[in-house]
Write a new protein. Sequence first.
Length: 202
Amino acid sequence: MSVLKIDSSARLEGSNSRTLTQYLVDRLGETVVERDLAKQSLPIISAEDLIDLHASSDNSRASLQHHLALSNSLIDELMATDNIVFGVPMYNFGVPAVLKQWIDYICRAGITFKYGENGPLGLTGIKRAFIVTSSGGVPIGSDMDYASRYLEHICRFIGVEKVVHIDASGSKGTPEFIIAQAKQEIDTALSGSLEQVVLGGV
Ligand SMILES: Cc1cc2nc3c(=O)[nH]c(=O)nc-3n(C[C@H](O)[C@H](O)[C@H](O)COP(=O)(O)O)c2cc1C
C-alpha cells in the first residue's frame, strides 16, 4: 500500500492540518510520497491552456505542452497511490487556491474521469482518501463548509472508492483539543470500526 500526502496550509508551522496529516501517515506506516502545494505551488494556467488541458488537446502550443507534462506527472503520482491524505485548511469557506490548482491539473477527461451512459465515471481506482479539514470556526459538514464536501465530490468524481473525513474544525475549541479529538477520529478510522465518518456526524 502506498500513500500520497498532499498538504496545502499556508502555515508551515503551527498548522493543525499539517500536524494531523503527519500523524495519519505515521499511523498508516506505508511508503509516503509528499506533495506540499504551499511550499511548491503549481503554475497558473492561462484561459486557453486550461480549456485545452481539461480536454487533453494535442495542440502543440509550448505553454500547453508545459502544463500537459506537469499534469501528466501529477496524474502518474496520483495513479501510483492506494491512499491519499489531504490536509485542507478552510480558506474563505472553500479549499486553498493552491489545492484548487492541483485539482485543475489532475481532472483530465479520458484519464482520471470519463463520461459514460450513466454520467461521469472515475478512472483512478484509488482505494481511500482521508480528508483532514481544519477551520477557524465553521463546523465541518455545515452548510458553510464548501471545502470538505467539495473535495469529497472531486475524490468520487475521479473514482476514489472510500472517503474518510477527519474533522479539525475550530468550532471545537483550542488547537490542543482540536488535534486530540481529530487524532482519536484517525485512530478509530484506522482501527477499522469506522469506514466512513459521516460529514458533520462526529
Ligand atoms: C486566508 C484565510 C481564510 C480563512 N477563512 C476561513 C473561513 O472561511 N472559515 C473558517 O472557519 N476559518 C477560516 N480561516 C481560518 C483557518 O481555516 C484556520 O486557521 C485553520 O486552522 C487553518 O488550517 P491550518 O491550521 O492547517 O493552517 C481562514 C484563514 C485564512 C488564513
